[in-house]
Write a protein that binds this ligand. Sequence first.
Ligand code: DGL
Length: 281
Amino acid sequence: MTASELKPILVFDSGIGGLTVLREARVLMPERHFIYVADDAGFPYGGWEEAALKERVIALFGRLLSEHDPEICVIACNTAFTLVGADLRAAFPQMTFVGTVPAIKPAAERTRSGLVSVLATPGTVKRAYTRDLIQSFASQCHVRLVGSENLAKMAEAYIRGEKLDDETVLAEIAPCFVEMDGRKTDIVVLACTHYPFMANVFRRLAPWPVDWLDPAEAIARRARSLVPQPNGFEPLNGQDPAIFTSGKPDFATRRLMQGFGLTVALDAIGEKRAGHAEAIG
Ligand code: DGL
């Protein structure tokens, strides 16, 4: 199989957070094309009621898989995967799904103080999946779950070039910093793919230095291990497509996509997709 015969890899998120995973995946798989899908009509996922979000994501993948026939799908969204990962695999058994879940296991292995915080969306914090991860891999640690209502939206604004107020950001991350019996939190798991975009801001505002754990590279490695490798390397031409379920990402978002080598094919996501988004919303 040559590089030009390879099927694309679909990377999915509720918004632009999946780009943090896409950039790592591109480094590891330069021979591959990617399709980036943002369910921006449903963004943010963090506050959705579980049954409705499950139904929405399954319906959306029914369409995405038949329209784009990807090699594998990377669900670059903790909020979606911790809820719907098992259902996606059951609904589409012919497809390989690579998931994103809070990096609680590596955090528990690395912490020296035993105090670990998980910064996520309110949805991810509520999930049984997340509680199970803690029970299975971090029962010896003190784990503080911090579900932020606003950070995913703030990260979207930040990456589009809007200015954020330091105090407002600090209020979102402050609960991650715990002091107990002379020990302090030393690892904060970035359990929402939007958050690594703000890691430099978090570092600057943190009350003390911690390790901010971003799982993007590990997810990209996992994806790489699951796809066939081409015989010869052929440099890729052209940009990859980005699909927005709203059908109308704003100018700043389209420019951001371009910076990531992605073209928002407006024709392809016009009325048809907007109608679809309504039907499943
Ligand atoms: N990027 C998504 C995640 O990893 C969540 C953002 C949202 O609230 O939609 O959880």
